[in-house]
Design a binder for this molecule. Structure first.
Ligand code: GTP
Ligand code: MG
Length: 281
């Protein structure tokens, strides 16, 4: 499967990030809790450099709880400050303060010595649709920046000021110019981080169905009232689903397109369950 997309504003955003990096104190790097490695922009380390950072596993409500615990452990073991959050209801955000103080200890100490009281500037970055703007709005307690259920909502950088001297910088989502690994591209596509218009949704749905068959077969069978899928290929499972839902066309032909779109949508709405797409090694 070839994935092509036009990065458009993304190159510009990378430049903006590098420039703004000079003035921010800490970076909140958002990744999707369902795919914490695949949703990490490999270019980000170079851009962030030595700047203090906190890794935010967002959308924990959509991920497999057990898997999220493993991921938190995985990053902590590597000395990375990490928290899991739900940016819609704010769950997990209470830990942000403590963790920010920890990574900012040096700056706070320095400012104290100099007797200055500057605001803390936080850059929020991550791939498209990961929930950066939602995260900021939840922390700020108001809808200061636009959100939406498709990638590419935030088009330019925007500062959101909070009462207590914290300033949050919202950035447009950035992917990287080339996916070296097809698995990574697919996982990103499952979650909707890449626009569906550039993807063959039928192929995508079939690959997702095979992942679910192998890792979450109970959820899949329960949702679509199907059974004995162990030896079935993705498209065969899709056919069964089309059958159950009455997605047919012409003379008893399956409407694969309709079935595929439904499976992808239901996955993204967590109707099949809370599912994690990759586990730590
Ligand atoms: N279930 C759930 N949905 C979330 C969470 N955070 C964000 N969302 C949803 O994810 C979608 C994308 O959210 P945004 O905040 O617009 O994402 P963004 O990273 O700013 O996206 P771009 O600006 O396009 O790069 C929206 O539909 C949000 O409602 C979360 O923690 N849980
Ligand atoms: Mg945004």
């Amino acid at each position: 499967m070839e994935l092509q997309w036009f990065p458009g504003h993304m190159a510009k955003t990378r430049r903006l990030m590098s420039e703004s990096m000079k003035i921010v104190d800490v970076v909140a790097e958002l990744v999707d809790a369902r795919l914490p490695l695949s949703s990490r922009n490999p270019e980000i380390d170079k851009i962030i450099g030595e700047k203090p950072r906190v890794l935010i596993l967002n959308k924990v409500d959509m991920a497999d709880e057990k898997a999220t615990r493993k991921w938190v452990e995985y990053f902590e073991k590597r000395g990375i400050s990490v928290i899991g959050v739900n940016s819609i209801n704010g769950k997990g955000l209470e830990k942000l303060n403590t963790i920010a103080k920890k990574v900012l200890a040096e700056k706070i100490e320095r400012d104290k010595k100099r007797g200055i009281n500057r605001s803390v500037k936080i850059m929020v970055c991550g791939i498209p649709n990961v929930g950066k703007s939602s995260f900021i709005n939840k922390i700020a307690g108001r809808a200061g920046t636009k959100t939406g259920d498709r990638p590419g909502i935030t088009k330019s950088q925007q500062w959101i000021r909070m009462k207590d001297g914290v300033e949050l910088l919202d950035m447009p989502g950035v992917l990287w110019p080339k996916f070296d690994n097809e698995k990574i591209a697919l996982r990103l596509a499952f979650t909707g981080a890449i626009k569906d218009e550039i993807i063959d949704v039928e192929e995508l749905a079939c690959i997702l169905l095979e992942y679910l068959r192998d890792n979450y077969s109970e959820n899949l069978c329960e949702r679509y009232k199907i059974a004995d899928i162990k030896d079935k290929k993705g498209y065969e499972i899709l056919e069964e689903i089309c059958d159950k839902r009455g997605f047919l066309q012409g003379k008893g032909e399956y409407n694969y397109f309709r079935g595929a779109n439904m499976v992808l949508n239901e996955f993204r709405e967590c109707k099949i369950g809370t599912i994690t797409l990759e586990l730590p090694e």
